[in-house]
Design a protein around this ligand. Structure first.
Ligand code: FAD
Length: 409
């Protein structure tokens, strides 16, 4: 018989303990929210795979990735964040309470932050696992180009990322050999990049090839390519190999629950909102332009802050706005709009006339439009009248003292 799962309740559950998840947890913890971070492998995420991070602001001495993320973890612990080292197996975001399940536990959360990152696609060639990351196979030119100054590097792939990153590498490396699986002159990148790459004297192309194996001892020495037409093996001695054959977001468990791009990334707005209210996504897992530690922590800060706002708004919505003790009048306005500000004095007068018989509240959308969205309001100023904890009327056009008073006759 299946064992009953232990149930725990949290304000915020963060799935994924890389830089974005850790930052989101720090923000949520600092806001005194009961926060759990679940990580299936290494706290610190992909950043722990790199021996030096040279471009994270504030750390000029090129620390190891884990040196930075260990500090983030310490800071999160200091903020009261709890950690669980286990794999999230399923999620259910269909209800108001969000459910996150691991093998043994069921977590019920008011909000969930998805920060599961992704993983570089690898070739699957022989010995590849032996040389990953610091042993000669890299996936990030922005991160590792400078370390390859005056060296010979091999690039695998011919898409936009491969060719643009390959050209970037020519600023550092003495030679960049590109393995392309197509016939001579055919690449998957855009035409401009292709023309520039073909004209670049530091770039050399080996057409019709895929990787057969990676060879070396402690560090990669040779990439053995195989001609897909002739079967001929072409060994290329090099100092480093960069694979740019795609990146796979860790979003399998969110399929059918969150809106994803056709490549599997989570779609968010700039406040890290996904399509599900109360579920946020941050870092490399979301559709974005630059995937780096600096951008991951920026996303994480927004997601943690957004989760706090969401919870506060939910409480305000349930306890003050949709209260059922008295009829309610909710004035939804934008503080930077003059007509909105002017009408505030009318609302004050009406409030005085009601003399406590109507619960009057004000929502300033300039600070956050979350509550207005919950009330389905996009025109400001508007007034919402509630009775018995339900919306009865919304007045957006012809908003006058009289139209409001008529609702209470
Ligand atoms: C080799 C390498 C070198 C790099 N060097 C640099 C650099 O020098 N500078 C720089 O700025 N960036 C660098 N990057 C990029 C940087 O590491 C990432 O942009 C950053 O780590 C993204 O952070 P994240 O939190 O969004 O995702 P990740 O770091 O990918 O973290 C996601 C975490 O979620 C966990 N997870 C996934 N699914 C689940 C699940 N179902 N349950 C629980 N946990 C789950 C994963 O185990 C992982 O730990 C490098 C990347 C690589 C691969």
């Amino acid at each position: 018989m299946a064992r009953e799962k232990k149930v725990e309740h949290y304000d915020v559950v963060v799935i994924g303990g890389g830089p974005s998840g850790l930052t989101a947890a720090i923000y949520a913890g600092r806001a005194r929210l009961k926060t759990l971070l679940i990580e299936k492998a290494l706290i610190g995420g992909l950043a722990t795979y790199t021996n030096e991070i040279a471009n994270y602001p504030g750390f000029p001495n090129e620390p190891k990735g884990e040196d930075i993320t260990n500090l983030m973890k310490k800071q999160a612990e200091h903020m009261g964040v709890k950690f669980k080292l286990t794999d999230v197996k399923t999620v259910d975001f269909s209800g108001e309470e969000k459910i996150v399940e691991t093998f043994r536990n069921k977590y019920i959360a008011k909000t969930v932050i998805v920060s599961t990152g992704g993983r570089p696609r690898i070739t699957g060639a022989k010995n590849e696992e032996d040389f990953l990351f610091d042993k000669g196979i890299s996936f990030c030119a922005t991160c590792d180009a400078a370390a390859n100054t005056d060296k010979h590097v091999v690039v695998i792939g011919s898409g936009d990322a491969a060719i643009e990153e390959g050209m970037f590498l020519t600023k550092f490396a003495s030679k960049v050999t590109v393995s392309v699986m197509h016939d001579e002159g055919i690449m998957d990148c855009n035409e401009i990049a292709k023309e520039q790459a073909l004209a670049n004297p530091k770039m050399e192309f080996v057409w019709n090839t895929v990787v057969e194996s990676f060879e070396g001892e402690d560090h990669l020495k040779t990439v053995v390519l195989k001609n897909v037409k002739t079967g001929e093996l072409v060994p290329i001695d090099c100092d480093n190999c960069f694979e740019f054959i795609g990146y796979i977001p860790n979003t399998e468990i969110f399929k059918g629950q969150l809106d994803l791009t056709n490549r599997g990334y989570v779609l968010t707005d700039e406040k890290m909102n996904t399509n599900v209210p109360g579920v946020f996504a941050c870092g490399d897992v979301r559709e974005k332009w630059l995937k780096q530690v600096a951008t991951a922590v920026g996303d994480g800060a927004i997601a943690g802050f957004a989760a706090e706002k969401f919870i506060a708004e939910t409480e305000a919505f349930e306890e003050q706005i949709m209260q059922s003790e008295k009829p309610g009048l909710i004035y939804v306005y934008n503080a930077i709009d003059e007509s909105s500000r002017k009408f505030l004095s009318t609302i004050e007068k009406i409030e005085g006339d009601f003399d406590g018989s109507v619960a009057v509240s004000r929502i300033d959308v300039y600070k956050s439009d979350g509550l207005a969205k919950r009330l389905n309001i996009s025109t400001y100023p508007s007034v919402v009248i509630t009775k018995n904890g339900q919306v009865e009327t919304t007045i957006s056009d012809n908003l006058t003292e009289e139209t409001i008073a008529n609702c209470f006759k």
